[in-house]
Design a protein around this ligand. Sequence first.
Ligand SMILES: [Zn+2]
Length: 370
Amino acid sequence: MTKQNKAFKFRLLPNKEQAVLLAKTFGSVRFVYNKMLGERKETYEKFKDDKETLKKQKFPTPAKYKGEFPFLKEVDSLALANAQINLQTAYQNFFEGNAEFPTFKNRKAKQSYTTNLVNGNIELKDGHIKLPKLKLVKIKQHREIPENYKLKSCTISRTNSGKYYVSVLTEYEKDIQPKKIETVVGLDFAMAELYVSSENEKANYPRYYRVMSEKLAKEQRILSKRKKGSARWNKQRLVVTKLHEKVANQRMNFLHHKSKELASTFDAVVIEDLNMKGMCQALRFGKSVHDNGWGMFTTFLGYKLKEQGKQLVKIDKWFPSTKKCSCCGAEKTMKLSERTYRCSCGYVAERDYNSAINIKNEGIRLLALA
Ligand SMILES: [Zn+2]
C-alpha cells in the first residue's frame, strides 16, 4: 500500500465576522514571516563567512513575537507555525544554492495560510467546514471526499477579486502495482507551446486561452494609461484582476487536461530537470517562463503517473538534448535562433522535436539502468 495525496478545492463563503478574522490571519502570517525573515537575514549576514556556526543558529519561531504583538494570539497558531515551515524551506533552498535569498512579503503578496488537522479541529459537515478559530464556515461543496480519505491540512486563500477558497489536502492508501514500462515519451519544454513531444506533438494552448490572454494584455495596457488611484483606474484594475483569474484558471485546466492525457497514454514520461532560475538567466526569457506553467504541469504529470504505478523520469539538466543529433549521436553547437537541426549525417528535423527524441532516448537508458 502506498500513501497518496489528493487536494479538494472548494469556494469558501465566510460571513462578515469571519472575513475580518481571515484578513487578520493573512496579515499576521505575513507579519510573522517578515519578522522571522528579518532576523534570519541578520543572522546570515553576521555568520555567512562561517558556515558551520551559521548552521548551528536557531531559527526564530512565531511564539517569541506573541508577547510584543498580542494580536498574534487572536489568530490560528498553526497558520503561524506553517509560515515558519515555509520560510525554513525557502531558506534551505537558498542555502543549498537552488534559489535566491527569500524575500519579504508585501501587501500585494498572495493572501493565504495553511492550517493542519489536530484533534478534530477541522471537520466537513452539512455544507460547512469547521476551521480553527473561525468555527463553522459555509462552503460550496460540489463533491464529496471519500470516507477513507484522511484530512491532513487546509489552505485558505483569498483572490484579488475577493473570492475565498479552501483547499483540503487529504491522504489515502492505495495499492499501486508498478506498471511494466512499454511506452515512453520525451517532452522538450517550449516557450510558446508548453512542450514538443518525441511523437512530434506540440501541446498548443487552446485558441480560447490565447484569445483571453490577448484580451488581458490589452486591458493591462489600458490600466497602465490610467491615473493610479483614480476612480477609472480602480474600475479598470478590477477588470484586469478578474480576467487574470480567468486566464489562470483556463491555463490550469489545460495543464490538467494535457497531463492526464499523457499519463493515460504512456507508461513513462521523460522531461529535463530544468532549473528555472538558470534558464531565465541564460535565455533571458524573463517573466514569461513563470507564466508558462511548466512547473505546475510537471507536478500534475508526476502525481498522475504515480497513482497509476507509472513513472516521471527527470534527466540531468546538463544533458545536451539540443546539441545532439537524435539520428547518429553527433554533437554540435546550436544557436538559440536556429530552429532547425541539420546534421552532417543528413538528418534534418525541427530543433525541439530533435531534442524531445534525445530526451526520450536518455530516459529509456536511465530506466534500463534502474
Ligand atoms: Zn547526425
